[in-house]
Design a protein around this ligand. Structure first.
Ligand code: KE4
Length: 431
């Protein structure tokens, strides 16, 4: 019988020292009625908690670990970089190499700035858009999450949604009022908003494949329509590819769907599990960033050489041509077989997937926006989560997050996952 005594003990201490015992809210497992497992280490597709229990991991640190945990090339790159010094606050060869890789891969990037998180990337891109247009308003979409900068904590997804936080205290109404949050996949709503606030909107931020209300793909024509409306209205189109960048394709969702944004935000995979974010786009826009232009943004550890080494090692490993074919095949197989197992057991689920990111929604209805995602049965989700954990499968602790398949997940891991899900759904059906 597995024990969790060390997890419990450590987490009790953490609860005294850290708000909710965590350094990021979604990790607190508030939505699944359990204390979180305290993780000792990861290797490949597996996590190991401080009591020695092992789990097949579909969180992947919320997306960065597309190669799985402790990939030898990443570990070696980090060790070599750290041995040369961890930070200089000066230009380094690695940040130039990473910028070259990003510009070579992502169609919309002509120039890029490295930062230390996706939040910083999105926050800086918004300031740039406002600085470049002289406009104050921003449009986002319900259930999309662009980090925790004030302007984005309006109808946000991820932890804000998981914990049913209506926005956040501390965001002045004068700031929140500048953010318009519209239903995802609803072009008419965007057109109406741009008409109502004509000349006032600096940018539209969109997750080109939403990952923070669970996975919700763009409807055909949605991204094209945003591009057209932004061109018509002089609005800057920002693709937040913090999740989708190098996840759904080497060139991100913008290469998958063939739509070029004006600015792109990146994070997660480009740091290989260490803190790296980036924002970039048209040269004439990025040239406005200090010191070449007047829009200010800075960071002590931006482009950190150790983090950049982890990102470069990850991207150099990923670019092998078959990586994305492999991730697509694994994602498609898993989604297809989970759906078949759910049908066999009479579990009403909808599975949305793009590449190696997917969500099993506990609803039979289609999920194309936040309202439909919120139609999921959260008690059913909690029971499924707990059942899968007991089977040794570590899923995102929220209905409104994505499962991530890595190159480290082997076919037998996927087969085990489907068999475990079928056992859990069978027990849930009282069989
Ligand atoms: P970070 O500041 O957490 O590096 O990135 C913010 C961010 C921006 N844009 C998108 C599309 C994102 O998904 C995120 C962060 N994602 C969440 C989970 N989906 C991070 C997990 C957490 O908050 O602990």
């Amino acid at each position: 019988m597995p024990t969790f005594a060390n997890s419990e003990r450590i987490f009790q201490t953490a609860m005294q020292l850290l708000p909710g015992g965590v350094n990021s809210p979604v990790r607190a497992w508030g939505a699944v009625g359990l204390s979180p497992r305290v993780i000792a280490r990861g290797e490949g597709a597996r996590l190991y908690d401080v009591d020695g229990n092992s789990y097949l991991d579909y969180v992947g640190s919320w997306g960065p670990l597309i190669l799985g945990h402790a990939h030898p090339r990443v570990v070696a790159a980090v060790q070599e970089a750290a041995a040369r010094g961890t930070s200089f606050g000066a230009p380094t060869p690695g940040e130039v190499e990473l910028a070259q890789v990003l510009l070579g891969a992502v169609p919309g990037l002509e120039m890029v700035r490295l930062v230390s998180s996706g939040t910083e990337a999105c926050m800086s891109a918004l300031r740039l858009a406002r600085g470049a247009t002289g406009r104050g308003r921003v449009i986002k979409f319900d259930g999309c999450y662009h980090g925790h900068a004030d302007s984005f904590l309006v109808a946000a997804g991820s932890g804000v949604l998981t914990h049913a936080i209506p926005g956040s205290p501390g965001v002045p109404p004068e700031i929140a009022e500048l953010t318009l949050s519209l239903p995802y996949n609803d072009l008419d709503a965007v057109a109406r908003a741009l008409k109502t606030y004509s000349g006032e909107v600096a940018a539209i931020f969109v997750e080109p494949v939403a990952g923070n209300m669970g996975v919700v793909p763009p409807k055909p024509g949605f991204l094209e329509g945003l591009r057209r409306l932004c061109d018509q209205e002089g609005v800057i189109l920002v693709f937040d590819e913090v999740i989708t960048g190098f996840r759904v394709a080497w060139g991100g969702a913008q290469s998958l769907y063939g739509i070029k944004p004006d600015l792109t935000c990146l994070g997660k995979i480009i740091g290989g599990g260490l803190p790296v974010g980036a924002y970039g786009g048209k040269r004439e826009l990025m040239a406005r960033m200090a010191p070449s232009g007047p829009v200010y943004q800075a960071g002590t550890l931006s482009g950190n050489p150790v983090a950049v080494a982890a990102g470069l090692a990850t991207l150099e490993t990923l670019v092998e041509p078959d990586s994305y074919d492999e991730l697509e095949e694994k994602g498609a197989w898993l989604a297809r077989e989970l759906a078949a197992a759910a049908a066999r057991q009479g579990a009403g689920v909808t599975i949305n997937r793009v590449g190696s990111m997917l969500t099993v929604f506990c609803t039979k209805a289609p999920v194309t926006n936040l309202e439909e995602a919120k139609g999921s049965d959260l008690r059913q989700f909690q029971t499924f989560f707990q059942g899968m954990l007991a089977e040794g499968v570590y899923l995102p602790c929220s209905q409104f997050e994505a499962w991530f398949v890595s190159t480290a997940h082997r076919q037998e891991d996927l087969e085990y996952t489907v068999a475990a899900a079928e056992r859990v759904w069978s027990r849930m059906a009282g069989k």
